[in-house]
Write a protein of this length. Structure first.
Lengths: 190, 190
């Protein structure tokens, strides 16, 4: 952020009165431009004992398998966003249920919310952002070809809970470890 | 949004290729400026059988009682944000526990996340945004002087669950009814 989106003047970084965080403040009109974390919302689409996954047709993680999920839009609920992403990426109509996982990605300023969801109709089709979609039993999950740690951890918790017949809402954080190799620390809250 | 925050050129509204939502697009550098819902995070601070509330020293709802909550900052987790807001507004140090309520406010493009939290120390003090803070037993909650529907619904669910000894994570939506009088429709998800 260099310029004010309201009046096009230069921005400066300063702590406003009665605040304790540095903000982008317009040197022209004085408007304060706050930065906010972003919400990613998605589903675990269930059909009988199978889960619907999508293979990514976009970067990052092109070609890897993922749960349908994406950025929440303004004006929708988290559940509406999760259903919309599932329709867009997997051509799948779902009834969104319980919030299943909340994962913080604080270095990326992202919060991931994944919901359990029942497929209304098993006729599905890859959307523009997917190479293909597929149904997977637990033994068929492509664990070494999953897109993000959030997807792997959500599926790991899901199959663990399914075995025990109790689905609680889980939360945790995924922290990128510094260095050239993509490594993550996963913390599941107690 | 009128101008590009990256290059100060005029923005236009158009649907980018491979997208299906109108976006703010820069007529100079082509950057797409996405709008995002915002996250409000807060706590139900518990001390023995009492709840800590703050009386708002800021608009909107000046003078009304509220749960400590506010906008999440970039770089923090939702739990860190909830603890920070509780410290800033009520001078209260808490151990943040389970996600308790998720409320959508789609007309305002807000998502509220409220966590159960244990007070570490009952020495509390009103912060800059609070007129006073106070401990309330269930019978003492100022139901007609609460700030927002989200606060009232969260407390209502909380005391209901406490009576039954089971605290599940709840979600729902709060929809502002059109018209000059502030009225809301509250939907609690099954």
């Amino acid at each position: 952020m260099e310029y004010c989106s309201h009046c096009a003047s230069r921005l400066k970084i300063d702590v406003p009165p009665r605040d304790n965080h540095p903000r982008h403040i317009c040197t022209g009109c004085g408007m304060i431009h706050y930065r906010s974390p972003k919400l990613v919302v998605g589903c675990i689409p269930e059909w009988q004992d199978q889960i619907l996954l999508c293979r990514r047709a976009i970067e990052p993680r092109y070609g890897l398998w993922t749960l349908p999920a994406g950025f929440m839009e303004v004006g929708e609920t988290v559940q509406e966003g999760a259903a919309r992403e599932t329709l867009e990426e997997a051509g799948a109509k779902v009834k969104v249920g319980q919030l299943y996982t909340l994962f913080n990605l604080p270095r990326a300023s992202l919060v991931n919310l994944i919901f359990r969801a029942e497929l209304i109709d098993p006729n599905v089709a890859a959307g523009e952002e997917s190479l293909e979609v597929g149904f997977f039993r637990e033994s068929e999950i492509p664990w070494s070809d999953l897109s993000f740690p959030m997807v792997r951890e959500t599926l790991r918790l899901y199959f663990h809970d399914r075995k025990h017949g109790i689905f609680a809402t889980h939360s945790g954080s995924i922290i990128r470890t510094p260095g050239p190799i993509l490594r993550y620390q996963v913390i599941i809250d107690p």
